[in-house]
Design a binder for this molecule. Structure first.
Ligand code: TIU
Length: 241
């Protein structure tokens, strides 16, 4: 079998601030916190006073990304912002901030807010993880803080992260910045992320791509889909796992 050198198997995503060379098998999809507690009424996002309907637009594009990644058997990571039932991993500064209708750990219509094992903490059914995908429970806004995510990615030889999820300027942006500092190239898929504040989503995208990609890249879903159609599945990319 003719095995092409790695560089020639890369596929180009038309992105800002410039093209992103996607490396088959080394690019993980990271879906941030697409949990009922943020997306559905009665959860943590609503308790903070937000209009949660603003997040619905990200669900179908994220599903399309998942379908494309799964078809190529490339690595998929899902994160959940969540805490142990005894809240031992929830700093008081996080729980006691402000005057929400309900605090983390208090019981709402979908169970205790942001507590692992409760219905509201689960990922929405359309985007539920499937066997073999990595699920990271994270106590912070960033997915690298106090988790094993970096080790999981290193073990799989992942060097690029393509991001979807909510909310753009809180957990998605925090994670992209953490990833950038750890040496990953990060691409945000614009249609597959949403905020309770549309202006913050727009500003975050601009912050990421400014200054020659100071945090990373951004591209529409269609550009990522077009690139993936030209890309091989992981097991023909000769990735040393
Ligand atoms: N409040 C808000 O915009 N976001 C969060 O609290 N967590 C995440 O972004 N996941």
């Amino acid at each position: 079998m003719n095995v092409l050198p790695r560089a020639s198997r890369r596929v180009v995503v038309r992105a800002r601030p410039f093209d992103f060379a996607l490396d088959p098998g080394r690019a993980a999809l990271v879906v941030i916190d697409m949990q009922r507690d943020f997306i559905e009424p009665g959860g943590f996002g609503a308790a903070l006073g937000n209009d949660v309907s603003l997040l619905a637009s990200a669900v179908a594009p994220t599903r399309a990304l998942l379908d494309a990644w799964r078809a190529r058997r490339w690595p998929v990571v899902h994160t959940r912002e969540s805490h142990a039932p005894d809240l031992s991993d929830c700093p008081p500064a996080k729980r006691e901030r402000g005057s929400p209708q309900l605090r983390i750990g208090e019981r709402g219509p979908m169970g205790r807010l942001l507590v692992r094992g409760e219905p509201g903490c689960e990922i929405v059914p359309e985007l539920a993880p499937v066997a073999g995908e990595i699920v990271i429970d994270k106590p912070g806004k960033g997915a690298f803080h106090a988790t094993g995510l970096h080790d999981e990615l290193q073990r799989r030889g992942v060097t690029q992260l393509v991001f979807a999820g909510v909310t753009t300027e809180v957990c998605v942006q925090t994670t992209m910045r953490e990833a950038n500092d750890r040496g990953y190239d990060g691409l945000l898929v614009e249609d597959a992320t949403a905020s309770y504040f549309p202006a913050f989503k727009a500003a975050t995208i601009e912050m990421i791509v400014a200054q020659g990609g100071i945090v990373g890249w951004a591209a529409p879903l269609a550009a990522v889909q077009a690139a993936l159609q030209a890309a091989p599945p992981a097991d023909t990319a000769a990735v040393p796992h």
